[in-house]
Write a new protein. Structure first.
Length: 238
């Protein structure tokens, strides 16, 4: 299975109850199929500065924002391959640049211990790392994902993320996917990923099931729920 290294698309998000997810799945059956990964547990390390500059910018819902993360689809260490992803959003369009690298090499590179300039994407990520001088892993974030693709072809995709959890310690992709829940256990985050309009069957079920688009950033929510609370506790104690 070939994995694209660059993306340009819309990514629209919906928080669903269990009945709403069931309605979407039923409507999808003739048109969408589960991709080759099936249901996977995705692990991410999100990077930010020592003042959490990227998270604080995201709180204002700016027209442009960017983030850097390292992702794996199973526990990773040493020579296990992971994805390094530079994600930018401008005027509701998401641009993603991605590399596949061994885990330890990735961590060394992003920490500035080694250099990697063998591709345009690597050069862009290196610039990002150098521009944000104190960049480091600050949040581990995991979730269980079901990803579906359009049977008729094209880039239209739908994903459902559940059991979204985050932690600010044990910042590694090895080991368990434990953390503090970011959404209720009876809800799912649906993301619609496309470069154009919605198919009629989707607009119809969104309307009939009273499902409205929302704004939900996993990393921003982790920052609000974990890091800001920890800062408040420290100020209270001091």
């Amino acid at each position: 299975m070939n994995t694209p290294m660059t993306f340009k698309r819309y990514e629209l998000k919906y928080l669903l109850s269990r009945p709403q997810k069931a309605a979407i799945l039923k409507a999808m059956e003739p048109y969408m199929a589960l991709d080759a990964y099936g249901r996977t547990t995705i692990r991410n390390l999100y990077y930010d500065t020592d003042t959490f500059l990227l998270a604080r910018r995201s709180l204002d819902h700016p027209v442009y924002k960017e983030k850097l993360r390292v992702r794996s689809y199973e526990p990773a260490e040493g020579e296990d391959l992971v994805f390094v992803e530079l994600k930018k959003k401008f005027d509701s369009i998401v641009y993603k640049r991605r590399l596949t690298m061994p885990y330890q090499e990735t961590m060394d590179w992003l920490a500035g211990a080694v250099e990697k300039e063998d591709s345009q994407i690597a050069a862009e990520i290196t610039w990002f790392r150098n521009h944000y001088e104190t960049l480091k892993p600050v949040v581990f974030l995991s979730y269980e994902r079901e990803a579906y693709f359009n049977r008729a072809g094209g880039d239209f995709r739908i994903t459902f993320d559940e059991n979204i959890k985050a932690r600010t310690q044990q910042l590694t992709l090895a080991g368990s996917a434990s953390g503090i829940p970011l959404i209720p256990g009876n809800m799912a985050l649906m993301e619609v990923k496309c470069s154009g309009g919605y198919p009629f069957w989707l607009t119809r079920v969104l309307s009939s099931a009273h499902i409205c688009k929302g704004s939900f950033s996993k990393y921003r929510t982790a920052y609000e729920n974990l890091i800001l609370e920890q800062m408040a506790e420290i100020r209270t104690v001091s």
